[in-house]
Structures are given as structure tokens and as C-alpha cells.
Design a protein around this ligand. Structure first.
Ligand SMILES: [Zn+2]
Length: 305
């Protein structure tokens, strides 16, 4: 019994000291100006840019979250992954080139049940149309070659759409362009290529790149597909996690392989003229949860200064 008391008393004294110490710590913790704003500001949602058009990405930011925690974030009813960007909970959304025009509700649900609502306004894109022939290697400008082109494009699109993504964010910091300056854009995102009676949307950006130009990973990630396709030529798909993919097409050489972890700026390929092309260039596609958006608008949001 004596032994037990000897053990219990010091524990009690220490406990008393510890609880007083805790109290003192709390009293001394005066909020800084930043903390006050954090406490006083209401939780809100902002989008960057404030409004977009079809085929563009948007960055959603949660402000003044404080000690609250997020249960889910949905845009137009679809749940999207949340990550920390510049210290704030954020999410990336891509609107398809043919996505609906108008208002997309954004709903943030907190773990305490509170809901914060906002909306994203998507305007109509004016699509430029231009003719584009079929190269002789792919059958030339004949109805058969056109049919074959459309059929195989659908199949190749399905292979790329099936590429998985990591539930973790694999990228770190701003994205870089896949080739070194000087940068010349030869074909912009979104225009419609008239091939015979068909129209094919150009869902990426083409960079001028002489045969053999070094191609670099735009950010860290995992290589999820390296293959040769009839139309896309030699292709690399890098998964940056959370539904974000960068895709490099028409390459002459692939210098990485499926399953490789790549660092930002790592040499992954040499550009080329493989597949459905009229000349050497690098085609870049950026996909957000399966939606190919304008890579240059993506760079404006998450790219280097
Ligand atoms: Zn292209």
C-alpha cells in the first residue's frame, strides 16, 4: 500500500503541474493578425479564372477553412479530389470541349455537415474549322482512309481513357513545358479539323519541334503507358495522380517505360513525326479526370511563372 501511494502521489503532482502548464500555455497564446482573419473570415469558395469557356480548366480554392475538415467537394454533382495548393485546399476541374454551357454548381460539404455553395460559369467556345488531309502513309484522302481514321481514333482514345491514376498527388510545384524555349505553337487546342466529311477536334497543343527534339516530363509522376498507335504514333502517358495526366504524342523515340517514376524535367523522349501527322511536331494533351483541356490554359493555372 505504501509503495502504491509513493507511486500515485508523484503522478498526481505531475498531473497537476501539467494541467496548470497547459492552462498557462493557452492563456499566453494570443492570436496573430493572420489567426484573427482566419477566425473571422467565413469559409468560401473561389475559382480561378472566375469564368471559363468549353475546353478550359479551372482551379477551385477553399478559403478560411480554419480547423474545419472537408468531407467532399462536388462540381455539377461529380465528386472531385481535393489537394493542397499554395497552402489551401484546392481542386482541378476540366470542362470538355463539348461540355454543357451555363452554370455548374460547386458544393463543399464539411465533416460537421455544413455546406458551402458556389458556381462555375462556362461560356461557349467559338470553334475554328480548318481542312486537314490524311497523309499517304495512312491511306491518303479517300473515304476508306477517312473511315479507318475515325474508327482507329475512337479505339486509341479508349486505350488512353483507360489509363489509371494514383489516388495520391504525384506532382510537386509548378508544371514546366515539355520542350525547351524558344516555344512556337503550330496548332492550338480546340479547333476542328475537317477531314473529308468528318470533323475531328484537336484536343491538345502542337509545338514546333524538329525531329529528335528532347521532350521532358512536365512534372513528377508515373509513366502509365508507352506504346505505338496508328494515329497518335509513339505515345507516353504520365500520371501525376488525382486524375491528372500529361500525354506526349508522335514521338520518334521513347526513353522511358511503363511503371517508371519520373522527375520533373526528366528527359523522356525525342519528338518525331509518327502517326497521323503531316510533319514533325510534339502534340501535348493534358487530361483532368478524363477530360482533355487546353494545355496552355492549364499552364496559366499550374505552370511556372
Ligand atoms: Zn496535335
Amino acid at each position: 500500500m505504501k509503495k502504491l501511494l509513493l507511486l500515485v502521489i508523484p503522478v498526481l503532482i505531475f498531473g497537476l503541474y501539467w494541467s496548470r502548464r497547459e492552462t498557462v500555455l493557452v492563456v499566453n497564446q494570443r492570436p496573430t493578425t493572420d489567426d484573427k482573419q482566419q477566425v473571422l473570415g467565413e469559409i468560401s469558395i473561389s475559382t480561378s479564372p472566375a469564368a471559363i469557356i468549353q475546353g478550359e480548366p479551372v482551379l477551385i480554392t477553399v478559403n478560411n477553412l480554419g480547423t474545419s475538415t472537408i468531407k467532399s467537394l462536388t462540381v455539377d454533382g461529380k465528386k472531385i479530389p481535393v489537394f493542397i495548393h499554395e497552402g489551401k485546399p484546392s481542386a482541378l476541374v476540366g470542362i470538355d470541349l463539348r461540355g454543357k454551357i451555363g452554370s455548374y454548381p460547386i458544393i463543399l460539404t464539411l465533416d460537421d455537415g455544413q455546406k458551402i455553395e458556389s458556381k462555375l460559369i462556362v461560356g461557349e467556345r467559338v470553334i475554328t474549322k480548318a481542312p486537314l488531309g490524311i497523309p499517304d502513309e495512312l491511306g491518303g484522302n479517300t473515304p476508306e482512309a477517312e473511315r479507318e481514321l475515325i474508327n482507329t481514333l475512337v479505339k486509341e482514345g479508349a486505350v488512353i481513357s483507360a489509363v489509371p491514376t494514383s489516388p495520391e498527388k504525384l506532382w510537386d510545384g509548378p508544371f514546366r513545358l515539355p520542350i525547351e524555349p524558344p516555344i512556337t505553337i503550330t496548332d492550338v487546342y480546340g479547333y476542328s479539323r475537317q477531314t473529308g466529311a468528318s470533323s475531328i477536334s484537336h484536343k491538345g497543343t502542337d509545338f514546333r519541334a524538329a525531329l529528335g527534339t528532347p521532350v521532358y516530363a512536365m512534372n513528377s509522376g508515373m509513366v502509365r503507358l508507352t506504346t505505338n498507335m496508328r494515329n497518335y504514333g509513339n505515345v507516353i502517358v504520365i500520371d501525376h495522380g488525382l486524375g491528372l495526366h500529361t500525354i506526349y504524342m508522335h514521338l520518334s523515340e521513347i526513353l522511358t517505360k511503363n511503371g517508371d517514376t519520373v522527375a520533373k524535367g526528366q528527359l523522356i523522349a525525342k519528338s518525331g513525326a509518327t502517326g497521323y501527322v503531316l510533319g514533325p511536331h510534339l502534340h501535348l494533351t493534358v487530361r483532368i479526370n478524363g477530360i482533355s483541356i487546353d494545355p496552355l490554359k492549364f499552364m496559366a493555372l499550374l505552370g511556372e511563372g
